[in-house]
Design a protein around this ligand. Structure first.
Ligand code: AMP
Length: 282
């Protein structure tokens, strides 16, 4: 396993690979890896010859008062997991490497970045788009993979790639879940045992709305009501949002007459959890 912490050394390695005609795949992460991250490594493998996994807790995507300082980390464990899964290189820069003192440039994807998670985290997607643009340019990757768990993020990256003409193929990979259905997330580590049991209420609410839709309910307001009712039945859960939106534009819809995203974010103790499902008329 090759580990690079600075950009000139990483670039040297990448230029060697490029000279050999090898295709580079990138898996951007913030570390504290779980099976969801490792599934991204599996997904990208057939599309490239070398896999770079970046581990960088990007300060620009955390707002004031968010969990930047206490975000979980365990580099040794991450390294072992990636090694056994067949990644080739870890890029783990310090903040100063990515954002020197005189850093001033940002990428902002309008519209898509301002709804859903963007409403309660107004600078989040600007931070995400900026760091991913930098990672694409630094690694010169041919392909990159993002999880559907962060659907809005994946959509924003796809938009950025089109708008800024990045020559990078984007793969979106299915959400990996715990046996009870909870989407795997590094932030699940914040949950107490009791909160962990309750956390499943988010996917259950999305699934209830999906079941209603499958029984013929197409009114978004009814599906939304069902999700809110279902989540609020669980003690100590706070709803950030539960929405029924167009899966392409992320704008609210009245009827499910197209590809539709059921998306939610809830607070449980110190953890803000997100999840989503896509439904579609036959
Ligand atoms: P993070 O480390 O949370 O920034 O996530 C890095 C990448 O892993 C993102 O593309 C996420 O969407 C993806 N990811 C996180 N959790 C999961 C999961 N449970 N299933 C699939 N992909 C995931």
């Amino acid at each position: 396993m090759i580990i690079k912490r600075n950009i000139p050394e990483l670039r040297k390695q990448i230029s060697d690979w490029k000279k050999q005609g090898l295709r580079i795949g990138l898996v951007p992460t913030m570390g504290f890896l779980h099976e969801g991250h490792l599934s991204l490594v599996d997904q990208i493998k057939p599309h490239c010859d070398r896999i770079i996994v970046s581990i960088f807790i990007n300060p620009k995507q955390f707002g004031p008062g968010e969990d930047l300082e206490r975000y979980p980390r365990d580099f040794e464990r991450d390294q072992q997991m990636l090694e056994s899964r067949g990644a080739d290189l870890i890029f783990c820069p310090d903040n100063e490497v990515m954002y020197p003192d005189d850093y001033f440039t940002y990428v902002e994807v309008e519209e898509l970045g301002q709804v859903l998670c963007g409403r309660s985290r107004p600078t989040h997607f600007r931070g995400v788009a900026t760091v991913v643009a930098k990672l694409f340019l630094i690694t010169k990757c041919d392909v990159a993979v993002f999880g559907q768990k962060d659907y809005q993020q994946a959509l924003i990256i796809q938009r950025m790639v089109e708008d800024l003409n990045f020559d990078v193929k984007i793969i979106i990979s299915p959400t990996v879940r715990e046996p009870d259905g909870l989407a795997m997330s590094s932030r699940n580590a914040y949950l107490t045992a009791e909160e962990r049991e309750r956390a499943v209420c988010l996917i259950q609410a999305l699934e209830k709305a999906m079941a209603l839709f499958e029984f013929g309910e197409v009114h978004a307001a009814r599906l939304r009501e069902e999700m809110v009712k279902s989540v609020l039945a669980v003690p100590e859960v706070r709803v950030d949002y539960l929405e029924v939106v167009d899966a392409q534009t992320l704008q609210p819809i009245e009827k499910v007459d197209r590809r539709t995203l059921l998306a939610g974010a809830i607070w449980l103790g110190k953890a803000r959890l997100i999840d989503n499902i896509i439904i579609e008329p036959k």
